[in-house]
Design a binder for this molecule. Structure first.
Ligand code: NAD
Length: 280
């Protein structure tokens, strides 16, 4: 069980990834994303999750460089994730997209690079390109996002490198237990996107009342639950107070009974798109 904000999980290739990070989807390129990432690193965050599609990789890179300087951190103390967008999937186009992300971030390397969505007929070629940049040492780990079990089975039938991470929508109304068990069996670390249900779960009575017992907010209860069930989590906020609040989850432990009550909220409900039925 992670004991603090900097604690890491060892991925299947030996690379250590923080259990907790900042998501920056919809954080605007420029001042907004720069100040959010810097606030997070100041507060002790060490992992940032961006993507080519978020159009803020330049700001993320700038913030990382400034924060390293201001907080006396080395590059190897931070963990940066980005992702190849769907329109760039395919072998050559992914190789180019990787270089574009690296240039925009303006960092020596990326820690984790993901296939953003399982685009039919393309994701295996995309994966071959990720395997190439991984073998060249330009990225420390490679993984996927929004892959269901059947996508992983299909990928693993030909892959040379087993994905280190699968980042999927996961929260108390979409607990993804089957996928979690499957990924654990294959050595693939599951990571939760939209852990707060994009904010929709924060007034849930069960979560609020569990929080009251521990003196914590519903957001903190959810994020603590992620860690206790073995899932990496990357809540998004650009508000410094909330960035700090979300990470203040290392001083309490949910009881087995409360974990079960949160698991019981599952409705297989998605706030985002369905990986088996998306058109972008
Ligand atoms: P989220 O569940 O993290 O919720 C974010 C929303 O909750 C924001 O509106 C924020 O203002 C609000 N919020 C955050 N903390 C709060 C607090 N303590 N109190 C009240 N409100 C609070 O949703 P998300 O941004 O969709 O997901 C998190 C990250 O996951 C993204 O930023 C992105 O990095 C990643 N993501 C990945 C994919 C993918 O396809 N791989 C898709 C969506 C998101």
């Amino acid at each position: 069980m992670p004991k603090n904000l900097q604690d890491t999980v060892k991925l299947n290739n030996g690379v250590h990834m923080p259990w907790f990070g900042l998501g920056v989807y919809k954080a605007q390129e420029g001042d907004e994303v720069v100040s959010a990432v810097k606030a997070a690193i100041r507060a002790g965050y060490r992992s940032i999750d961006t993507a080519a599609a978020y159009n803020n990789e330049e700001g993320v890179g700038q913030a990382v460089r400034e924060a390293m300087e201001e907080n006396g951190l080395r590059r190897d103390q931070l963990f940066i994730t980005s992702k190849v967008w769907n329109s760039n999937q395919g072998y050559e186009t992914t190789l180019q997209a990787f270089e574009t992300s690296l240039n925009k971030l303006n960092l020596e390397y990326i820690d984790l690079f993901l296939v953003h969505w399982p685009v039919k007929g393309k994701y295996k070629e995309t994966w071959r390109a990720l395997e190439k940049v991984y073998k060249e040492g330009k990225v420390r780990a490679i993984g996927v996002s929004n892959f269901q079990i059947h996508h992983l089975e299909d990928l693993l039938s030909e892959a040379e490198v087993v994905p280190a991470v699968n980042q999927v929508e996961l929260h108390p109304q979409l607990t993804q237990k089957e996928l979690l068990t499957y990924c654990q069996g294959k050595g693939i670390q599951l990571e939760a996107w939209s852990p707060l249900g994009q904010g929709h779960l924060l007034k849930n009575d069960t979560l609020v009342s569990i929080g009251k017992k521990y003196g914590k907010t519903a957001a903190q209860v959810i994020l603590r639950w992620d860690l206790q069930v073995g899932v990496i989590t990357i809540p998004k906020s650009v508000n410094e107070g909330r960035i700090i609040e979300n990470a203040d989850i290392f001083d309490f432990e949910l009881s087995a009974e409360d974990i079960a009550a949160i698991d019981g909220l599952n409705q297989n409900k998605r706030f985002g798109s369905d990986p088996d039925n998306f058109n972008f």
